[in-house]
Design a protein around this ligand. Structure first.
Ligand code: C2E
Ligand code: MG
Ligand code: MG
Length: 741
């Protein structure tokens, strides 16, 4: 494990500039400036002879006191470094601890040997004191330099730390022994009566080298270290100033000695702060930080428990609480509260075509618009997806709700701008009133949902108020949904086939597979009832796959009738295209049944084509390439867009049965049927009329040149076997020239 260096910016000069421009460095720099100026003033006074030489301004007791302070700080630094825990036991902190212990030892020797101190092994003398002093200063400088130049330091084991400690104590002890036993092996540093020798002055200047350490410490500040690099740097700089004072003194008690020792005390104060205070404070600071982060996380969790993360709107839990309050209030005041359920129309289409990023942003913008038009006492929440719930408090029945609804519809009618997209949306609203329709959120939402379902069914972009009749429809829908979930496994689904007749010959050329659900009680549920439920729940996908397999499997077994192999027509649902499974399912059904693709006709509705034109076109083209044919079902009821007709490779238009009801009777239906047949012919497409109920209609269609027809006039949808019997009988009748039944 290493201490991580934080290079503030690349480039040493830039890094240095950045380091000294930190606001926390302002105070220390002012101090250094002040101390430098003071030193310069005192240095200038010396050659001018303004400093009284004999002034005993720095008494022995003061020296003893300042040096004791330095020894104490060194000891504390050692203690703080040595008790460092875990990943903080790095080489650097060990060097600082062991190094300053040795420095403290030498400073102790220095103070005991100071001129005027009682004899300690050998008599006190300035020479001896200077030897210890210089050893201490060079040792401190070396330690700081190593730490400054090597901020990435490895973690050490206990044994390694002990060896380092031993080495430093040994070094300090040897210097003390050398100073005591052989004070004369050192060059003379001080001559009584003359003052400092050039060697001593040069040695003090040599310590300017500590500025290098200071620069390194400032530039390469380490994060997560057990010491403050900036404070160590300050200690180094002020130590250099202190050494400069010691190049000036003539007597051990003169003003330069006082100044030098005062500076040393200041330098040691920074050292104390850099290691001891830092080590003491750091764990508490970390603790209060860890704690702050946890509080923040807790606050976030608390927020998420009651809000939707995407829109920051209240969620169901918070709504629940507000609804309870609103109902209690409504009971007291005798007025009402209302729960509105809002569902964006065609949101899925926006999400699919413009992407989820746009979808999310749209939801956020919708959320803020809704909130902006409501009163402060109302609440808008998001239930999920594109569903929002709105609680209106204290409303005077439907009239009050209508006023809010108008505002909500109006704000949603304005276009939304998302990036470069302009998006238009509308919404369907369902409204339930409290306490009239329910007195808890679940009931009210359920009822608002039933009303919203009605709003959607009546063409979207509108609202409906709940009434009790809707409840039956909801129960019915729920019953269908739960029954349908198991219908497939229980084999309750079956296919009926409705013959498709060639008008010119009267022969059955194909049959449309129509799904039936025979419930356990024997009742037959028509597809118009359960297919919408299957589509809503997604069950239509496995159901459609079953229909395709079953239709192909049965059709593959059909015998040729009057030399003709009938085509089987299968209805597809939009959801199969959205889930991308349609192509694989068709291929699997053809493959497993062995049915020739030419005998399969797929019926699409225009709503499938417009759901995602680009991707549906690709799928449809690939399906077409398999060799099967495509019909456009319910033609005339949807968009009947010419551009879709020319773009998509359909073979046949299937005229919707609603037009055949009035064909030959009402002008509008007759004109539409004629126009569709003419349009198809001009585009080279075939037509098939569905819902042909009378011979007159069949006759009329034949006269207009419509080649195919399907309807009760020929046959109702029926089980496969019955349909085959019909086909055989019918073929016989057709070939003998008898009019078919
Ligand atoms: P569709 O595809 O338009 O099917 C034609 C509907 O018209 C069938 O209703 C059929 O019974 C009915 N019909 C046929 N001839 C006449 C007639 O002469 N007069 C009248 N009034 N109606 C006639 P059905 O079987 O109830 O199916 C209704 C709809 O359910 C189908 O309309 C189709 O959209 C859907 N559907 C049926 N089976 C499936 C299926 O397997 N998958 C999917 N996705 N939809 C299906
Ligand atoms: Mg159909
Ligand atoms: Mg149809």
């Amino acid at each position: 494990m290493i201490e991580h260096e934080q290079a503030l910016r690349p480039g040493a000069v830039q890094a240095w500039r950045d380091a000294i421009r930190q606001p926390t460095m302002r105070g220390p720099f002012l101090l250094v400036l002040l101390l430098t100026l003071l030193l310069l003033v005192f240095a200038a006074l010396k050659p001018l002879g303004l400093m009284p030489r004999a002034a005993a301004i720095f008494p022995l007791w003061l020296h003893t006191l300042t040096e004791l302070a330095a020894v104490l700080v060194a000891l504390l630094v050692f203690v703080a470094a040595w008790t460092a825990q875990g990943r903080e036991r790095s080489l650097n902190i060990t060097l600082l601890g062991a190094g300053f212990l040795a420095v403290g030892l030498l400073d102790l020797a220095h103070l005991l040997s100071y001129k005027g101190m009682p004899e300690w092994l050998t008599p006190a003398s300035p020479q001896k004191a200077i030897v210890f002093w210089l050893c201490a200063r060079y040792l401190a400088a070396a330690v700081l330099l190593v730490v400054a130049l090597k901020p990435d330091s490895a973690l050490l084991g206990e044994a390694q730390r002990r060896w380092i400690l031993l080495a430093f104590v040994g070094l300090g002890g040897s210097c003390v022994a050398l100073g005591l036993a052989w004070p004369d092996v050192w060059p003379p540093f001080f001559i009584e009566g003359q003052g400092l020798t050039p060697v001593k002055i040069a040695a003090e200047y040599g310590l300017v080298l500590m500025l290098l350490a200071a620069a390194g410490l400032l530039v390469r500040q380490t994060v997560r270290a057990r010491y403050s690099s900036a404070d160590l740097a300050m200690a180094a700089v002020i130590s250099v100033l202190s050494e400069l004072c010691f190049t000036l003194y003539a007597n051990v008690d003169d003003v330069y000695q006082l100044l030098g020792h005062a500076y040393k005390v200041i330098a040691y104060a920074f050292l104390f702060r850099a290691i001891f205070l830092f080590a003491v404070r750091q764990p508490y600071e970390r603790l209060s930080q860890e704690i702050a982060e946890r509080r923040q996380a807790e606050r976030r969790l608390e927020f998420l428990a009651y809000h939707d993360p995407l829109t920051a709107l209240p969620n169901r839990a918070l709504l629940q609480d507000r609804v309870e309050q609103a109902i209690a209030e409504a009971r007291r005041s005798g007025r009402a509260a209302a729960v509105l359920l809002l569902d964006l129309d065609q949101f899925k289409h926006i999400n699919d075509s413009l992407g989820h990023g746009v979808g999310d942003e749209l939801l956020r913008q919708v959320a803020s618009r809704l909130a902006a038009v409501l009163r402060a006492t109302d609440t808008v929440g998001r239930l999920g997806g594109d569903e929002f719930a709105i609680l209106l408090r204290d409303v005077d029945g439907q009239a009050g709700v209508l006023r809010s609804l108008a505002g909500l519809q109006q704000t949603l009618a304005e276009p939304f701008f998302i990036g470069k997209d302009e998006v238009h949306v509308s919404a369907s609203f369902g409204v339930a009133l409290a306490p009239q329709h329910g007195s808890d959120l679940e009931t009210l939402l359920g009822r608002a949902d039933a009303a919203m379902y009605r709003a959607k069914a009546s063409g979207r972009n509108t609202y409906r108020f709940f009434d009790l009749h809707m409840q039956d429809a909801v129960l019915h829908r729920m019953d269908l949904q739960s029954g349908l979930a198991t219908a497939l496994q229980r084999g309750e689904l079956e296919l009926h086939f409705q013959p498709q007749i060639e008008l010119a010959t009267g022969l059955m050329v194909g049959a449309e597979a129509l799904l039936r659900w025979r419930r356990a009680d024997g009742s037959l549920v028509p597809p118009a009832l359960f297919i919408p439920v299957a589509e809503e729940s997604g069950l239509i996908v496995p159901i459609s796959a079953w229909v395709l397999h079953e239709a192909c499997a049965q059709a593959a077994q059909w015998p040729a009738i009057a030399g003709l192999q009938p085509v089987v027509a299968v209805n597809l649902s939009a959801l199969q295209f959205r889930q991308g499974s349609v192509e694989a399912v068709v291929q699997a059904a053809l493959g497993s049944s062995g049915l020739a693709p030419q005998r399969l006709d797929l019926e699409l509705t225009e709503s499938i084509l417009i759901s995602d034109p680009a991707s549906v076109l690709q799928t449809v083209s690939r399906l077409k390439a398999l060799g099967l044919s495509l019909s456009l079902d319910d033609f005339g009821t949807g968009y009947s867009s010419l551009s879709y007709l020319t773009q998509f490779p359909v073979d046949k238009l299937k005229i919707d049965k609603s037009f055949l009801q009035g064909f030959g009777q009402t002008r509008s239906d007759t004109v539409i049927v004629e126009a569709i047949i003419a349009l198809a012919r001009s585009l080279g497409l075939k037509t098939i009329a569905e819902g042909v109920e009378t011979a007159e209609v069949a006759q009329g269609l034949a006269e207009l040149g419509c080649p195919l027809a399907q309807g009760y006039h020929f046959a109702r949808p029926m089980p496969g076997a019955a349909m085959l019997a019909f086909a055989t009988e019918h073929a016989a009748a057709a070939t003998t020239g008898k009019a078919p039944a």
